[in-house]
Write a protein that binds this ligand. Structure first.
Ligand SMILES: [Fe+2]
Length: 232
């Protein structure tokens, strides 16, 4: 079984993963996966709270995977061991917690997942560089080039796309629906996702970031997740 959900922001929005809120986990094993579409936030400062909740996740019956969002401590994330995991590069965060790096292709239970984390914070004025916001929240030129090379290598075919933010046109529609048109200006990553989205052959795309659930409301294959946990 593979489940996908949206941002958890450390322990702030982790309640959706409780046994009561997500009872299907009783049927899962460590061979099954729960994927968080960015803003994991439990690699924030490695304090007692981070460690307690990471242990809580490690004790879940499933394996937890996440792509990065914008609210991650990227400097700390980069200190974790990089491993080859299910066909792609990941950071091993715990015994059964992995960060899926940008521009990688993973194979989980016979399905391919292309990953491209990152997003632009829209509350920058309230954040301090290196403490609560990091330059790496948006991909580097090398990461964009790596993503293109990975897609090329895979003939632009995947089963699923996992990103934190959405392609430009979809982000625009989300913002209009939410009445937040000015909060999500277009950036290089949105434009990049727009371009690759035209070319990739995929079944479904999952994003987080917008703190709302819109499954197939904008496009049949596009899902914005926050509280919803989707089984794929
Ligand atoms: Fe978020």
């Amino acid at each position: 079984m593979i489940l996908v959900t949206g941002d958890i922001h450390g322990c702030a929005d982790i309640g959706k993963l409780s046994a009561k809120a997500n009872p299907v986990q009783k049927l899962m094993t460590k061979e099954d996966f729960l994927i968080i579409a960015g803003d994991f936030g439990l690699v924030w400062n490695n304090d007692a709270e981070d460690l307690w909740w990471r242990k809580w996740l490690d004790m879940k019956p499933y394996t937890t995977l996440f792509i990065d969002g914008n609210h991650e401590n990227f400097n700390l994330l980069e200190t974790f061991e990089e491993v080859e995991y299910c066909g792609g590069k990941a950071h091993r965060i715990g015994n059964s917690i992995y960060h899926l790096k940008r521009g990688e292709m993973f194979e989980l239970q016979g399905k391919k997942f292309f990953t491209m984390g990152g997003a632009e914070s829209h509350d920058k004025e309230f954040r301090e560089l290196g403490t609560s916001i990091w330059e790496q929240e948006l991909p580097s030129d090398e990461e964009y080039a790596h993503a293109l090379a990975t897609l090329e290598k895979n003939d632009w075919k995947t089963d699923y796309v996992l990103t934190h933010c959405a392609p430009s046109s979809i982000q625009h529609e989300i913002a209009v629906k939410l009445g937040l048109k000015n909060e999500y200006p277009d950036n290089k990553l949105n434009a990049f996702l727009e371009e690759i989205g035209k070319k990739i052959d995929y079944k479904a795309w999952f994003s987080g970031h917008y703190h709302t659930d819109m499954t197939s409301e904008i496009e049949p294959s596009f899902n914005v997740l926050f509280n919803k946990i989707v089984k794929i």
